[in-house]
Design a protein around this ligand. Structure first.
Ligand SMILES: NC(=O)c1ccc[n+]([C@@H]2O[C@H](COP(=O)([O-])OP(=O)(O)OC[C@H]3O[C@@H](n4cnc5c(N)ncnc54)[C@H](O)[C@@H]3O)[C@@H](O)[C@H]2O)c1
Length: 327
């Protein structure tokens, strides 16, 4: 029986991951942890915690006999650029705390399996942009991307030096409707649905041809669960796996939304006004080659653009505030 701790449970991914883990392992076996407000998302217990507080974290993991940690707390690409040192400290020290605790637990004979996500932001302007290979040039330019690349190397280091069972995927931009995104460069692909469902024009902060790799939340959650459930021997890559979902640009997304939108909302349209996030997006891949993840643990995306747009239009709840979306 697993005992699971999700750190960063209140976020865009955490809130849905906790729900999926509680359904899979039982609510009583999942602890939702976050520095923010109390929310359970289907778990039986919420624990307010700071991933930078190693002592409290160690005590929690020991006293609850936690066997799996999903460490999601981070500052993302756009918010990270506004506070680079804070982003570096949270993204690196948080991960190091978890890896150190996992190492110490292992040395005490108590295995702790760790999930930590990297991102397409770990690539850079000299990375091949189309069908980006698993192993390639990585020269990230944002502080977020630099922290993700360093994190990937740390995961590999703790596995090869100490045997820590750490697993990771490079998430593409994640599209979802339950929780707002946390400050990334792909957030436009969520915000646009809010404008569409209000029948308003959307001003996009990326240009029309900015193709980026994206993934629909159900696929992202399934990838996470499948990776963590795979036999350890199959996880050959201990830095981070490419996983592909669906690639599109703002023009293509707006076109598909328009095609599926009811006639009553036909006033929807898209205008372009690029901001500083354009430079970040321009340094990222357009599509990913995820054949290594397919080979090692059987990964395959299921949701394409048409199905994703249909599901978003059916489920996005329009509120008075326009959510700005982030990766
Ligand atoms: N959302 C995406 O599109 C995307 C894409 C690639 C990678 N990722 C990665 O996935 C992970 C989760 O992303 P997300 O979109 O859910 O982020 P998010 O910003 O929505 O959520 C992060 C959560 O971490 C919490 N947190 C912040 N500081 C903390 C601390 N010191 N201790 C404990 N909790 C803290 C926040 O309160 C928040 O609830 C991150 O590592 C991110 O880099 C996300």
């Amino acid at each position: 029986m697993e005992k699971i701790l999700v750190i960063g449970a209140n976020g865009q991914i955490g809130s849905e991951l906790v729900e999926a883990l509680a359904a899979q392992h039982g609510a009583q076996n999942v602890i939702a942890g976050d520095i923010g407000a109390v929310s359970l998302y289907g778990a039986a217990r919420y624990q307010r915690l700071d991933v930078l507080d190693k002592k409290t974290l160690t005590h929690l993991i020991e006293s609850e006999a936690v066997t799996q940690v999903y460490h999601l707390a981070a500052l993302l690409s756009a918010t990270g650029e506004q506070a680079p040192l804070k982003a570096w400290t949270l993204n690196m020290d948080g991960l190091l705390n978890i890896l150190e605790i996992a190492k110490d637990r292992l040395q005490a004979g108590k295995a702790l399996r760790v999930f930590w996500p990297s991102s397409i932001a770990a690539f850079g302007p000299n990375t091949p942009r189309v069908s980006t290979p698993q192993t390639t040039v990585m020269d990230p330019t944002s502080i977020y991307g630099i922290s993700k690349l360093a994190g990937e190397r740390l995961c590999n280091y703790y596995f090869s030096k100490y045997g820590v069972d750490v697993r990771s995927v490079r998430y593409p931009g994640i599209i979802s409707f339950k929780s707002p995104p946390g400050g990334g460069t792909t957030d436009y692909a969520i915000a646009i649905f809010h404008s569409a469902l209000r029948g308003e024009r959307y001003e996009c902060f990326l240009g029309p041809e900015t193709t980026l790799p994206m993934i629909y939340m159900p696929d992202a959650i399934r990838a996470t669960l499948e990776l963590m459930a795979a036999p350890a021997a199959k996880i050959v890559n201990r830095s981070s796996y490419n996983i592909a979902g669906v690639s599109f640009n703002p023009r293509e997304l707006a076109k598909e939304i328009t095609r599926q939108l009811p006639a009553s909302l036909a006033a929807f349209g898209i205008d372009y006004n690029s901001d500083s996030r354009q430079a970040i997006a321009d340094s990222w891949p357009q599509s990913l080659d995820d054949s290594v993840a397919s080979r090692d643990w059987g990964w395959k995306a299921r949701v394409g653009l048409v199905e994703m747009v249909g599901d978003m239009l059916a489920n996005v709840t329009v509120d008075s505030e326009q959510h700005e979306c982030v990766v």
